[in-house]
Ligand binder design. Structure first.
Ligand SMILES: *Cc1c(COP(=O)(O)O)cnc(C)c1O
Length: 348
């Protein structure tokens, strides 16, 4: 028997593949093609991405975000370097030590944050704490856009980070697992929040935007990408049938599907936030700026609502819960959830 999961709120990677992406795979399945990314469609997808980013960047296709992050960080660091990031960064909490592993030991230096966003003073503090031979040398700032807490760095905040990066000779890597949601949230272009504000490398997720799997690593400075293809191959991230990852990107890029998917997901998060405001005992923990909503609620209420087969994560402290929205989230399901929540909270 297959287990059927109704639309839920655990993560945007629980979602189906969006129809346009699936159709593109079928469409490009009519012919054979060269393997290992030497096919026409992979070149076409990379060109389209260069157009989208309005710059002549170097692009690599990998399977997942952990690989994109850890391989890109490994490319920027030597083993004796360190990477400044937030203590809630995915590279710290959810990648099983892969960034340290692939960099042969580069250390993550963690900053406490209120809302998931690194501040210039946090970076300066960590970058200048020590300058002796006994401490790993700071080399990269890793920022997540949108952050793990659903907040979004503004262009001004990114510029301020670039300023301290310049001052302290640091490179900037961006984890863009939800990059599309940040772009639509800020109503800007992809270039506005990447190379134009000094981001050196971006990991851009297709998976959370509607693909089956696939991420890209974009080097805005081609010099930093030297031998990155070997790094991908050695790590088992060179898809032999790469065409079917590229096909999915082509679908997302056509008619700005990536933007529509992200806008929809963000709008659903906003709708959810609005509906929650009518329920007592529920607090929103962070500003809702992308496609997730974090709430604080009595533990009993969350336990009861989970018994009704609603799926969401509640890993950020007792009483906290995260709700993530996707290209296929619907108001109807949100309304059903809100109704259940209202009933439960009025009983408590
Ligand atoms: C989902 C996610 C990733 C990528 O995770 P994989 O499971 O390795 O694809 C990276 N960063 C953040 C912030 C994420 O949410």
């Amino acid at each position: 028997m297959y287990e059927k999961i109704n639309e839920q709120f655990a993560s945007d990677n629980y979602s189906q593949i969006c129809p346009e992406v699936l159709e593109k795979i079928v469409e490009l399945n009519q012919d054979n093609a060269q393997a290992y990314g030497n096919d026409y469609y992979t070149k076409y997808a990379a060109d389209k991405l260069r157009e989208l980013f309005e710059t002549d960047c170097e692009i690599f296709f990998v399977f997942n975000g952990t690989a994109a992050n850890s391989l890109s960080l490994a490319a920027l660091c030597n083993s004796y370097h360190s990477i400044i990031c937030s203590e809630v960064a995915h590279i710290e909490t959810d990648e099983c030590g892969a960034p340290e592993f692939f960099s042969n030991g580069s250390k993550l230096l963690l900053a406490k944050t209120d809302d998931g966003k690194l501040k210039p003073e946090d970076i300066v503090h960590l970058a200048t704490k020590r300058d002796d031979i006994h401490y790993p040398k700071p080399k990269v700032i890793s920022i997540t856009q949108s952050t793990e807490l659903g907040t979004v760095y503004t262009i001004e905040e990114l510029k301020a980070i670039k300023e301290v990066a310049n001052k302290h000779n640091l490179l900037i890597q961006m984890d863009g697992a939800r990059f599309a949601n940040a772009v639509t949230s800020l109503n800007c272009t992809p270039a506005d929040i990447t190379w134009k504000v000094g981001v050196d490398v971006l990991c851009f997720s297709g998976t959370k935007n509607g693909m089956a799997m696939g991420e890209i690593v974009i080097f805005f400075d081609r010099k930093l990408a030297v031998d990155f293809d070997y790094r991908c191959k050695q790590a088992g991230q060179l898809a032999s049938k790469m065409k079917f990852i590229s096909a999915q990107w082509i679908a997302l890029l056509e008619n700005e599907l990536w933007k529509r998917n992200a806008t929809h997901a963000n709008n659903m998060a906003k709708y959810f936030e609005e509906q929650l405001s009518f329920i007592k005992n529920i607090q929103i923990k962070f500003p809702v700026q992308s496609n997730s909503v974090f709430i604080e609620a009595p533990v009993k209420i969350l336990e009861e609502i989970k018994k009704k087969n609603w799926i969401f994560y509640s890993f950020i402290g007792a009483g906290g819960a995260r709700f993530v929205f996707s290209w296929n989230s619907t108001k109807e399901r949100i309304d059903e959830f809100i109704l259940d929540l209202k009933n439960i909270s009025s009983l408590s």
